[in-house]
Design a binder for this molecule. Sequence first.
Ligand code: PGA
Length: 244
Amino acid sequence: MNIRIFATPQEAGIYAAAIAEGVLVSRPRPVLGLATGTTPIPFYEALVNLYRCGLDMSHTITINLDEYIGLPPDHPQSYHDFMRQHLFAHTNLRTEHTHIPNGMASSLQEECERYDRLLHDHPIDLQILGIGVNGHIGFNEPNHLLLARTHVVRLREETMRSNARFFASMDDVPREAITMGVQSILQAERILLLAFGPEKADIIAEAVRGNVRTDVPASILQLHRRVTVVLDAESARGLPGAIR
Ligand code: PGA
């Protein structure tokens, strides 16, 4: 794993966006795997800035990692709405090229299968990932096994607590989500794992330096050939040799 440590999330976001631009301009129909949450926001800001400076995204296909079950796409906490707010509304990405699991599907099983076909037909060139405080990637939660393909997951208590900051009360926090599986994530040609802030320092140290364990899902990224871990000074604190 390559590790890059920046002074601030903003600098890290600019670095990640520059890598994304390299991918976007080198392929006729680039495919970006995208993440939601606080972490990728500086990346999206920098990518929107590159678009404003001339980066064409009209041929780019985007495939998001996950979505809550039961939130309609116009719900302010849905990942559909997040993506609109932070990226889609500010670029020339075409709506028909953007993909997010449908958490309102009448058959969630069919929706998972549809998403896997989509991933099969559009192999991801660059996957952007955050990491949960419990080590999850997408919503692949710590478990005795990790599921390969797109699936419905019951969110763990610590994930719901972490998500609660965006909802009026704990009762409003969705308990289930659809997520891409770990095999789909590992099939991306290149992966950027982003993590910022002191609350991510311990899990980053475990995921990057510890053993590969299903109860630290991000540790499976050690098995991928082309992962760059993009950190700020605070999230890098637990890594030996990190200066700040
Ligand atoms: P966060 O979430 O960026 O809001 O910390 C990351 C994640 O859960 O993957």
